[in-house]
Design a protein around this ligand. Structure first.
Ligand SMILES: [Zn+2]
Length: 662
């Protein structure tokens, strides 16, 4: 219900009628790299006391200098100090509230480095200092720096032994404890990223470290992780990677050892209440030869390049959510196929999915390499709320992060859209295909909402826009809107400019070329331009790097016997070709293309029939258009009725969402 009469008719021609379809450049064949560079290897032993919520750990860090600089110091993140007190930058920004969850009283957490020594060498602990590169807050202790007695030579390696104590906060902001459930993320001293000159446009090499902010995620280097977790035997444990050993000790504790290469983070969870369900993704039976051939044709690749591999999927679910287990797992299996064919094989042997208790929903919906957290409510166990696709949406979204966060380690501090925006776009297109474009978000009591409608909720002509691409903590109008919905709508709009096939080839080439690397926005612009065979930088400058609001509308309509003139306006800076549809009484729908360069244009007709309606962008391909209500004008029918209906529905949906704390 968002168009003019006749919309249903033209929907069928949706894909073919793109204004300008650039020829799909032949994407060069680039085999996926098998492994990531080993910059930061971690060997961690940690003992967990679940009553005190205390971690006592040792870390052997082997860090390889990836640059041609002599590096004089090491920078670390001590993220749990975000929860240390009311003086942390995180607390000052969030005031103890995040994503609709309030930080519990007395739920403080922290981390302290108790020892730091070069293996066989100097004690570094006394020279460790806290830094506040973003806001100068001297009370913040989430970034630390240690000068080295001797610089690490270009390409050289340094090994450190580090000891730390940490206390988990009450479950909040992606990490913490609720009762006997624990989600342990960002929990060890985490070395920052040293960016060599040339990476992400840097003129000179240097550390890229940022404090823990209310609205920012992370950035880290790849390496091999081996983590041995010791805790009381009754706990079910899940973690990044593959469990390689399990030892029971006489004191009633058990050590679980996990290992994983080619990842840049490590998270784990423990609870005695988890119900464990495993399901194996078997590529040979999950994908047919025909599906491979179709994908190969679409992408201009060989079938062999597209082959997927098996994945052991392990769901750790709360008993009260068990009726939704199949929903999580079915959606995961489909996502492994879809994203695997679209963006390259998921290369890891395991995927662990953690469903948190409702008291710890702040730890839900988060991504770590090979390890994702989801979240739902018991309400969705039963009809009619089981048609609210929350479990599917969250698991597909978090799995999509395995690509745009896990395999392409973009800088989420500074360019969050490269992760969240691409993930949100990939999720929406996958859910459209899996559930139906008109209901990929929700189907409730006759009400259907697609992902596109959902993403467009935040659009409004009166809303001040700003640059999508900026550090996460510097947004004025909203991190979520500018890092998720707006970039997702931008990529949908780009799809309409390029056509589905070229867009698929752009994304495949980008995901392949930047696998196990750290892309910047320009790297994506470059791949897109190369594959499309034309310079797309102006498109990105007008969308990702611009605060412009984009709005097409019908202007004046001038009618005289035998003559009709319709003006069409463009507000905002996006100059792309656009289709305008005209319907005259007794004549077929007439579609004309406007190059969209000027601020407005006028279409004239000399036929005698009466104009019934006009519709700018009738297929609603420009997803970024802030208002679709002014795109069409019906001259004959009463146009207000459908508009009022749409508003009422949107209101209902917003109430449902608020109620579910989505
Ligand atoms: Zn996300």
């Amino acid at each position: 219900m968002r168009g003019v009469p006749g919309r249903r008719l033209v929907l069928a021609r949706l894909i073919a009628l793109v204004a300008v379809v650039a020829p799909a450049g032949l994407a060069s064949s680039e085999p996926l790299p098998a492994h990531a560079p080993r910059v930061a290897d971690h060997d961690i032993r940690v003992r967990f006391d679940p009553v005190a919520k205390r971690l006592d750990g040792t870390l052997r860090l082997t860090w390889r200098n990836p640059s041609s600089d002599a590096v004089p110091d090491l920078w670390f993140h001590l993220y749990l100090n975000a929860f240390r007190d009311r003086e942390s930058t995180f607390w000052r920004e969030s005031h103890g509230q995040l994503r609709g969850v309030e930080m519990a009283d007395g739920g403080w957490g922290s981390i302290e480095v108790t020892a730091m020594q070069i293996v066989g060498g100097a004690d570094l602990r006394p020279s460790l200092t806290f830094e506040a590169p973003d806001d100068g807050n001297r009370q913040d202790r989430t970034v630390a720096r240690v000068p080295l007695p001797q610089p690490v030579a270009p390409g050289g390696t340094i090994a450190l032994d580090i000891a730390f104590h940490a206390t988990l906060p009450k479950a909040f902001a992606r990490t913490g404890s609720a009762g006997d459930y624990h989600l342990v993320g960002q929990w060890y001293p985490k070395v920052a990223v040293y960016e060599p000159a040339g990476r992400r446009g840097r003129a000179a090499g240097g550390w890229n470290a940022h404090q823990f902010h209310a609205d920012s995620e992370f950035y880290a280097d790849f390496g091999h992780y081996r983590v041995a977790i010791t805790l009381p035997r009754r706990f079910v444990v899940g973690a990044t990677g593959v469990r390689t050993a399990r030892h029971d000790h006489p004191d009633g504790t058990t050590t679980h050892t996990y290992e994983q290469g080619d990842v840049h983070d490590f998270a784990w969870t423990a609870s005695p209440r988890f119900v464990e369900i495993t399901r194996r993704f078997v590529a040979a039976s999950a994908v047919t030869e025909r599906e491979y051939r179709e994908a190969a044709t679409r992408l201009g690749r060989s079938v062999d390049e597209l082959r997927l591999s098996d994945v052991e999927v392990r769901l750790l679910i709360q008993p009260e959510h068990a009726p939704q287990a199949d929903r999580y797992l079915d959606a995961t299996m489909q996502a492994i196929v879809r994203f695997g064919l679209a963006f390259g094989r998921y290369p890891h042997r395991t995927l662990t999915i953690v469903d948190p208790p409702e008291a710890a929903i702040g730890t839900g919906g988060m991504e770590y390499p090979t390890f994702i957290t989801v979240g739902t409510t018991t309400l969705l166990n039963t009809w009619p709320f089981d048609r609210f696709f929350e479990p599917e949406i969250v698991v597909v979204h978090e799995f999509a992060h395995q690509y745009f966060q896990g395999l392409l380690a973009s800088n989420e501090f500074e360019e969050a859209w490269l992760d969240e925006g691409m993930t949100e776009w990939a999720t929406g297109t996958a859910l459209d295909a899996m559930l139906g474009r008109d209901r990929s978000f929700l189907e409730l009591a006759g009400l259907r909402i697609g992902d596109l409608d959902y993403q467009r909720f935040g659009l409004s002509k009166s809303r001040g826009f700003e640059m999508i691409r900026q550090p996460s903590w510097t947004y004025d109008t909203g991190y979520a809107f500018n890092s998720y919905a707006r970039p997702a709508l931008t990529l949908r709009t780009l799809t309409s400019v390029l056509g589905e096939i070229t867009m698929a080839r752009v994304m495949r080439t980008y995901a392949e070329r930047w696998r196990f690397r750290h892309p910047a926005s320009e790297d994506f612009y470059r791949v897109a331009s190369e594959v499309a065979g034309r310079d797309l930088t102006p498109f990105f400058r007008q969308t990702i790097e611009s605060p412009a609001v984009i709005d097409y509308s019908v202007g004046a309509i001038d009618r005289e016997p035998g003559y009709t003139a319709v003006s069409v306006r463009r507000a905002g800076d996006l100059q792309i070709p656009i289709v305008v549809a005209f319907k005259f009484a007794g004549r077929p729908i007439e579609r004309r293309t406007w190059d969209g360069v000027a601020r407005w244009t006028r279409f004239t007709f000399t036929n005698a029939e009466r104009l019934e309606w006009v519709d700018v962008d009738p297929d609603r391909r420009v997803a970024l258009d802030v208002s679709w209500l002014n795109n069409g004008r019906a001259i004959a029918a009463d146009y207000r009725a459908p508009v009022a209906m749409t508003s009422r529905w949107l209101l209902t949906v917003q109430q449902v969402l608020a109620w579910l704390s989505f």
